[in-house]
Design a protein around this ligand. Structure first.
Ligand code: BTN
Length: 249
């Protein structure tokens, strides 16, 4: 395990606990196994290498070993299960805030990505088990080059900042913030919603969304009371709960 990742342990706030994997399929699956074994909320699994890292809609998530961060946080939210999808926004906020601590400007692309200057730096995959949620986070920390297919749409903290970022310290910064924000997805969600709205990458933009009800095109107006994306489609404002794809027009 790289020494820079091990630095995360002492920096984590209670009750976060770190589990390292030199190699695994997906840290989300490792977190699920821990959840099923009864491990408590706040367990963090970080892998040096994922052999079957996955993104949303079954896409593969591939990250160069030693340059990126791939980890999953096991949570046992007190809030009702119907609010757990808000964990994606809580996680995006945690990542965006940690990035801003580095002196960069980050934006949350509803519902699951974090962008810097219009390029993706982080993807988030929230999954649920019987009595727990898993927040999987992939961050392009020190990635120095992307494949041609991603070069125009992806970036890394290192490319944006011009200097490498200590991965362990950054991991701890994100996890500590996530644990705080995750506690607010129920009754205190307004604090999360408002903070996400100020960092909303889509606000004021023309977008096209693939939703379970069909394609919706309009201007993104912000984040609704429950974490929905508000879209003005010319007839009024609609609150979109779920979208498979969000494209800028
Ligand atoms: C996306 O952008 O589609 C979400 C990507 C999520 C990737 C992370 S890496 C850690 C965790 N383990 C996985 O297999 N996926 C998530």
């Amino acid at each position: 395990m790289s020494a820079d990742l091990l630095e995360a342990g002492p920096l984590l706030a209670d009750p976060a606990r770190l589990w390292f994997r030199e190699e695994c399929g997906s840290t989300n699956d490792e977190a699920r196994a821990l959840g099923e074994a009864g491990v408590g909320s706040g367990a963090v699994i970080v892998a040096q290498r994922q052999t079957a890292g996955r993104g949303r809609r079954g896409a593969a998530w591939i990250a160069p070993e030693g340059e990126a961060l791939a980890f999953s946080v096991l949570l046992r939210p007190q809030a009702p299960r119907g609010t757990w999808s808000r964990l994606a926004l809580a996680a995006g906020l945690a990542v965006a805030d940690a990035i801003e601590e580095l002196g960069l400007t980050a934006r949350i692309k509803w519902p699951n990505d974090v962008w810097i200057a219009g390029r993706k730096v982080c993807g988030i995959l929230v999954e649920a088990g019987d009595a727990f949620a898993i927040v999987g986070i992939g961050i392009n920390v020190n990635v120095q080059a992307f494949p041609e297919s991603l070069a125009a749409s992806a970036t890394s903290l290192r490319l944006e900042r011009g200097t490498p970022v200590a991965r362990g310290a950054f991991l701890a910064a994100v996890v500590n913030r996530l644990l705080q924000r995750a506690a607010d997805i129920g009754g205190n969600f307004e604090s999360v919603r408002a903070a996400v709205e100020t960092r909303c990458a889509l606000r004021g933009m023309a977008v096209s969304l693939e939703t379970p009800e069909g394609t919706l095109t309009g201007i993104a107006r912000g984040i609704g009371a429950g974490g929905e994306l508000l879209i003005n489609d010319g007839h009024g404002t609609r609150a979109v709960v779920q979208a498979h794809e969000v494209r800028l027009l």
